[in-house]
Design a protein around this ligand. Structure first.
Ligand SMILES: C[S@@+](CC[C@H](N)C(=O)[O-])C[C@H]1O[C@@H](n2cnc3c(N)ncnc32)[C@H](O)[C@@H]1O
Length: 325
């Protein structure tokens, strides 16, 4: 389970908020993509462009990069940072829609690789107005795409006790999910629950035991964030679409930050890199049952030195595969 690095930080004042994100596993991620100078690549999670900048450095004049993010603020920041970069196309979109986006921006080039760096960026987490953090007070929003969908506060106002419990239990792996859901429902009968501080305090009272180095609201905030952004559903769709659009020999590189996310990636890589078991007893394996991926190397984690420099990298895990058909 990942706590977004919040255990390592104090409260963040909006005035001190820095609009920067330190990219993780940069050497490993670039190596994973096996970049060709004139190739076409996709950064499926632009963030603040840390990986994008490094990919662009490695590409030649003919190379092309499509970078997408579902957060309009990420794209706005990217348009400023890379205003003069003609090789880069920045799109506000979800990576679940890669199947349409990648061919639309291909400039006739085959797609040589897609990078996913999952989770939230530091600017999202650090800006109290986004409501991702239990350490600073803000509206309970947590949407990555603020242009659509409903904030967590709106969902908490209308969901049943069982729905709230289920989300916190499954996506937060939280033992005290029922007590937390009961506390949320009891509070909202008195007044609308709209501020992160109040939610964090309420959860802290409901959680009976303390995990070392972890704020008691960590699991609940993560669960609500994953739910409101449909993160696991998006990830499934994004991985499938990426394998569809990557050309033969191209790479798929995925950085995940917690066990639920990595389980989706691990299972997907496993299923796509072996013959569909349903066909194993047939005398000839039909083409559609052949594996589409070959696993490349072992999973990588950041070095101690990287974690020391950037504590938010500590739970990062990179998996890499190559498209073989
Ligand atoms: C960890 S940050 C990426 C940081 C980036 N690699 C960098 O170095 O600056 C994850 C980003 O992915 C975006 N994101 C998450 N889910 C997404 C989705 N389904 N589609 C597009 N972007 C998504 C988030 O909005 C966030 O900006």
């Amino acid at each position: 389970m990942h706590d977004n690095g919040e255990a390592f930080r104090g409260a963040v004042s909006p005035l001190l908020f820095v609009d920067e994100h330190t990219p993780v596993l940069v050497g490993e991620a670039l190596a994973a993509l096996a970049l060709q100078a004139g190739g076409y690549y996709v950064d499926a999670t632009f963030g603040r462009g840390g990986h994008t900048a490094l990919i662009l450095q490695a590409l030649g004049r003919e190379g092309r990069l499509l970078a997408i993010d579902r957060d309009p603020q990420a794209i706005a920041a990217g348009r400023q940072r890379f205003a003069d970069e003609v090789r880069l196309t920045l799109v506000h979109a979800s990576f679940a829609d890669l199947a349409a986006l990648v061919p639309a921006h291909a400039h006739g080039l085959p797609c040589g690789g897609v990078l996913f760096d999952l989770g939230v960026s530091s600017p999202q987490l650090d800006d109290p107005r986004r409501g991702f953090s239990f350490r600073s007070d803000g509206p309970i929003d947590m949407r990555m795409d603020t242009s659509r969908g409903e904030p967590v506060s709106a969902w908490l106002a209308r969901a049943s006790l069982d729905e709230i419990r289920e989300v916190i239990s499954t996506l937060g792996e939280e033992r005290f999910a029922r007590r937390i859901a009961q506390a949320i429902v009891a509070t909202r009968t008195e007044h609308p629950l709209t501020r992160t501080n109040e939610l964090a305090a309420l959860v802290s009272r409901a959680v009976r035991t303390r995990e070392p180095g972890k704020h008691p609201a960590t699991r609940t905030f993560q669960a609500l964030r994953m739910f409101i952004n449909d993160e696991l559903g998006q990830l499934n769709r994004g991985l499938n679409a990426a394998v569809d659009v990557i050309s033969r020999g191209g790479r798929l590189a995925v950085i995940s930050f917690h066990s639920l996310e990595d389980r989706v990636v691990k299972n997907f890589f496993r299923d796509e890199s072996q013959i569909d078991p349903v066909f194993l007893d047939l005398p000839a394996i039909p083409p559609e049952a052949q594996p589409r991926l070959r696993l490349v190397g072992r999973k990588s984690r950041p070095s101690d030195a990287e974690v020391k420099r950037n504590p938010r990298a500590r739970s990062a895990l990179l998996r890499v595969a190559e498209k073989v058909v």
